[in-house]
Design a protein around this ligand. Sequence first.
Ligand code: PLP
Length: 391
Amino acid sequence: MFIKSAKGAYLFDEDGNQFIDYINSWGPMILGHAYEPVVKAIQEKATTSTSFGAPTALEIEMAELIKSMCPNVDLIRMVSSGTEACMSAIRLARGYTGKNKFIKFEGCYHGHADCFLVKAGSGVATLNIQTVPGVTSGVAKDTLTAPYNNLSAVEKLIEENKKEIAAIILEPVVGNMGCVPPQQGFLEGLRKLCDEENIVLIFDEVMTGFRLAAGGAQEYFGINADLVTYGKVIGGGLPVGAFGGKEEIMEHIAPLGNVYQAGTLSGNPIAMIAGFTMLNELKNNPSIYNELDEKGARLEKSLNDILAGKNIPHRINRVESMMSVFFTNEEVIDFETASKTDISLFNKFFHHMLNNGIYLPPSAFESWFISNALSSEEIQKTLDAVEDFKG
Ligand SMILES: *Cc1c(COP(=O)(O)O)cnc(C)c1O
């Protein structure tokens, strides 16, 4: 589909069709499309030039705002995408610990940097690409993988690679194999292992940041990571990413330290004002998070009831405004169980919904993202479309 424009909860395609949007640019449009304060701020800022290649006061204000919202962020570096944030965080963890390997989880996605394209989620899972051509074995050998929610697999990897693991990176709620929450004790267990083994714990909050709560998953679950990566919501729809965390680690980045990282357009004023305006709205209107959760809860409950009434095997995973419908009888806790979903049924469901004006992620391995522009009316339209689904 080629999109022409969007406003609030609605997308308009080039063929003149309109859709209720459950992708929301994969997360950034948490307050709906063309959100007025963000649009105005961008317009105003653009008149004062779009890039200087030098620092601005706005970057500092942005950093202060993020620090005021997110736990455990002493220092933060702006970049231009989630990919950059995650690859820089891994480089930093390696530079800081002097170790080379890191652990990621099957079905998690951390952007398209070479080292992450091992058993990755998102498009890699959707297209069922087993090994990504162009990623050398030299790079891939330092990426160790474990099933999500499986602490003993992580313990085993640490045991087998004693004093070689620089970092563990994960999505604290996975969105990139569909929505998969951490089980009780999983995040706590990783925190403990990292403390014991001098491993840097990296929460990839590119999806969860500013979405699960103003302070992201760290606040939501009450667990501190050592480094955190942000993207998506943080840019309000413009290209922004960031990585931050403990001062003791962050001060190893150049120019304070020698771990080099830079970007010509990082901290770009237009991107900063869009993100700054978005985050300010979220900070100043904390009830947004209750509203998002209520919308998610209504969708979850009604979808459950409707699909159960049709005897369609399904599991719905939801955390706040992230959710997925898996067409399977089994609980979905990792990539293996997510893969049990009936893909052909998903395809039918997706096209049925699309034909009824509902734009869902076009993959069984992606989360839905609920925006606060979604009103009761759009939710009802969505449920009506599900009612009409024949299976
Ligand atoms: C989208 C995503 C990324 C990559 O962000 P880009 O801005 O697309 O480079 C990294 N991690 C997670 C968890 C994501 O969802």
